[in-house]
Ligand binder design. Structure first.
Ligand code: GAP
Length: 514
């Protein structure tokens, strides 16, 4: 099936099974804003718990905060967001559609890479076991030509971004003959900068209302609390502050479902280090964060690092962790070395010292910062995409299954009496009463057992417990495993232990604790 179709199916599956709904749907929705349904909110909370505990339990020098969304407007002047948090936009005059100029060029570069990869794949098939890929890429004239053109465009693109040269961005779009996907024409406007922050007013107008911004990142709430946390927690460098919270960006191009939203949630951690030690910590956090992703078991090949072409105004190094979504490898998390930019700027704009006294060195300085920043919603999408599968069953039927990591699954087990009579529902209730305090259980007695299994597969429930007539005699139930569909007879008394072992967040955390 084409990846585009898979993505469409994932979006409708999310709606049908209560994971994600378009916001304000009865009023025809609101662009790039979504609501999470009953299963979605459970999965989302589990993702947040996994992140939070990995930060605050596995690192004794990382503590949490929860800062307000509204902040003093000067914060955004100091951070550079008022002047530099812009995207370059371009309109197609025929379709009247608006695009991000940089994204159009990035898509063009990705397509060229795909073409080269296809060319190489074809040759590999033709030559069989004697195929030498490196040699082919280094000598094939068509590949060399495409590669050279790609490199030249890439170099111009990076330079244009770094120089904020909007005319050159437009020229690259014209030179590469990029067409509007809707009108199919090359009738483009100039490229303009567009600030992504939402603003609102605080206080009544009679008092003189103040223009404030909805935060576009949670990080600034951490920076301005740096000294509060350091002093009250008697923290010594290096140490980190973690936070989960909403962020808002008036994205120009809202597409790809919950990948790019206007209201979303971030999980950010700022790690404060001695100046000069930031690259060592940057590399450590890169590894730690990738291990966190891989521990979920969605497949190591689905992740890769991507170094930034253009560094943000505050960074001296930056890498993304990308996940292979149905629409290609895309950023899920950013790891940035932010230097002392933010703390120095807040010191300058507030007039308050933002320095740390280092008892070992006997001097004060402004710490450097390494940041890990991940979007909850993108993480959610990567997990759903990586787990979604359509499978043919032996009997001519098929099933849709979400192979969610068991520790994150919204429902951990389903309790299913085989029939609605003969005391089986009562026995099932007994089992539910025993397990409900530790695991999110769902009780279901409607329809055939096959249909009930399908419903649980579709929401990713790792275990189904079936209670039958035999259960009343031997106190055993059948446990059915979502991924293998294998069934096993186990004693009711053993259920807690078996399930706890498999769905435990603790066991997931142990995998990355090295
Ligand atoms: N404090 C640094 C920062 O905000 P970023 O790369 O702009 O860096 C970090 O954002 C993460 O936030 C991204 O990797 C992504 O997962 C998430 N994110 C950013 N914009 C988003 C959007 N419009 N919709 C959903 N998630 C978004």
């Amino acid at each position: 099936m084409a990846q585009e179709d898979v993505f469409k199916k994932i979006v409708s599956h999310c709606k049908e099974y209560g994971f994600v709904f378009p916001s304000s749907e009865v009023y025809d929705g609101l662009g790039a804003v979504y609501d999470y349904g009953p299963h979605g909110v459970e999965l989302k909370n589990n993702i947040k718990k996994y992140w939070w505990e990995s930060m605050t339990l596995l690192h004794e020098n990382v503590v949490g905060i929860d800062s307000a969304i509204f902040m003093h407007p000067t914060i955004w002047k100091a951070s550079g967001h008022v002047d530099a948090f812009n995207d370059p936009l371009i309109d197609n005059k025929d379709s009247k559609k608006r695009y991000r100029a940089d994204v159009l060029i990035e898509d063009y570069l990705a397509k060229t890479d795909e073409k080269i990869a296809k060319e190489t794949e074809k040759a590999a098939k033709r030559f069989g076991s004697t195929f030498d890929e490196a040699k082919f890429r280094a000598t094939n004239p068509r590949v060399l030509e495409q590669q050279a053109r790609r490199e030249a465009i890439h170099a111009r693109f990076v330079k244009a971004l770094n120089d904020s040269n909007l005319e050159e961005l437009r020229q690259i779009i014209l030179d590469t003959e990029i067409v509007c996907p809707v009108s199919g024409t090359r009738n483009w406007t100039e490229v303009r900068q567009f600030n992504l922050m939402f603003s609102t007013e605080m206080g009544s107008t009679s008092e003189g209302a103040m223009k404030i911004f909805l935060r576009p990142e949670t990080a600034q709430g951490i920076f301005v609390n740096f000294l509060n946390v350091q002093k009250t927690g008697r923290m010594k460098l290096p140490f980190g502050i973690a936070q989960i919270g909403k962020a808002f960006r008036n994205e120009i191009v809202a597409r790809q479902f919950i990948f790019r939203m206007r209201e979303f949630e971030q999980m950010e951690m700022q790690f404060f280090v001695r100046p000069g030690e930031e690259m060592e910590w940057f590399n450590k956090w890169k590894k730690t964060r990738l291990a966190w992703h891989k521990a979920l078991g969605l497949g190591d090949a689905k992740y890769r690092y991507h170094d930034h072409d253009k560094l943000a105004h505050y960074a001296n190094a930056a890498t993304d962790i990308e996940f292979e979504m149905p629409f290609g490898f895309k950023e899920v998390e950013g790891i940035h070395s932010r230097t002392d930019f933010d703390l120095s700027q807040h010191e300058k704009y507030s007039g308050k010292k933002m320095q740390y006294f280092d008892p070992e060195q006997g001097q004060s300085y402004t710490p450097y910062v390494v940041e890990t920043s991940i979007g909850v919603d993108r993480m959610f999408l990567s997990i759903i995409s990586g787990s979604y599968a359509e499978e043919a069953l032996g009997n001519g039927e098929s099933r849709v299954v979400l192979r969610l990591p068991a520790a994150l699954a919204p429902v951990k087990l389903a309790i299913l009496p085989l029939v609605k009579k003969d005391g089986l529902p009562e026995k099932a209730e007994e089992i539910r009463a025993m397990l409900r305090f530790d695991f999110h259980c769902q009780y279901d007695e409607k329809d055939s057992i096959g249909k009930r299994y399908r419903r649980q597969d579709a929401i990713g429930t790792p275990y189904c417990i079936t209670i039958d007539h035999q259960t009343l005699e031997d106190n055993q139930v059948t446990i059915r495993y979502r991924d293998t569909m294998e069934q096993e007879r186990v004693a009711i008394g053993k259920l807690h232990e078996i399930i706890a072992e498999k769905v435990s967040l603790k066991n997931l955390l142990k995998k990355i604790n090295n």
